[in-house]
Design a protein around this ligand. Structure first.
Ligand code: ZN
Length: 292
């Protein structure tokens, strides 16, 4: 299928409804094979990754968007981050057996946190308690609370790919009165199945659902796995510990080993490198004192 690892927008020419379809293949595989995640969690990760890509399509500026699920059930943390250019990464933490567990059993007392971090401007955070049976329902609640635009989301994942669709009713212009159109389109979309969403090309998929509507597909954009970790970022983190703590590490154990939880890249710092960072931290600290 030609739509692998893409995000594609479409609009209904006769109404104020827009849509987005995402397919994640290689990027999804890369994320779920970072660790030995149990199968139900792999699927949930696929759905969450698709959700994040669909959410980035609604951003009106450049920046980062993250989705976090936190709970005290089997899945304790799921974190997916993407840029406005659909560069995505994700990680999970879990405990115990997942077999045959439902969404609600995997995520007890959980909440969904969506954070939008514009390159310029203030950070926005929306928190929704998880009360639906599936992730898409929780996201629809999030949209009701934050954007106040009626939004429907479909998400699906199997062991090789993940896919999702978003439909959003845009604010009506005065000349238009398409209240019924939104209802009509979402009723048609309800007839979709997970396997159609996962396996059909976007063109065929949209034709099957909406062949009596006039739908315009835009050019698709790539979605790719990309981790933002680097040696420089690790150094910044170590320096932020402060000279005292770095000196303690130099005494024992004498080195720092960091493994990125998103991409498994590992970074190793020896004592003499740590000494430089300690000096840099000390310099910053004396500078701060001078300005106090
Ligand atoms: Zn990384």
């Amino acid at each position: 299928m030609s739509d692998q690892d893409t995000l594609q927008r479409f609009i209904f020419s006769d109404s104020n409804v827009r849509g987005e379809i995402v397919h994640l293949n290689q990027s999804y595989q890369t994320v779920i094979h970072q660790s030995d995640y149990p199968e139900p969690l792999q699927r949930l990760m696929g759905e969450a990754m698709c959700a994040v890509i669909l959410l980035t399509a609604t951003l009106k500026f450049s920046g980062k968007l993250s989705l976090q699920l936190q709970g005290d059930g089997i899945l304790t943390l799921l974190l997916v981050q993407s840029t406005h250019e659909q560069e995505i990464r994700g990680t999970m933490q879990w405990q115990g057996e997942c077999e045959d567990k439902s969404f609600n059993e995997l995520l007890q007392n959980a909440r969904l946190v969506i954070t939008i971090d514009p390159d310029k401007g203030t950070r926005y955070q929306g928190i929704v308690p998880l009360d639906g049976d599936r992730l898409n329902q929780c996201l629809e609640t999030y949209f009701m609370q934050s954007e106040q635009l009626p939004t429907r989301i479909w998400l699906a994942a199997d062991d090789s790919s993940a896919a999702g669709m978003l439909l959003q009713k845009l604010p009506e212009q005065e000349s238009q009165s398409d209240g019924n159109q939104w209802e009509h389109i979402t009723i048609l979309a309800e007839t979709t199945t997970h396997s159609e969403l996962l396996s059909l090309s976007n063109e065929t998929f949209l034709y099957r659902l909406f062949h009596n509507e006039s739908v315009r597909l835009f050019e698709s954009q790539p979605a790719t796995f990309k981790c933002t970790c680097s040696r420089e970022r690790c150094e910044e983190t170590i320096i932020s510990l402060g000279s005292r703590e770095i000196n303690d590490i130099i005494r024992d154990p004498g080195h720092v080993a960091i493994t990125c939880e998103f991409c498994s890249a590992s970074y190793f710092f020896e004592a003499d490198q740590l000494q430089k960072m300690s000096d840099e931290a000390a310099q910053k600290e004396s500078g701060q004192k001078a300005t106090d």
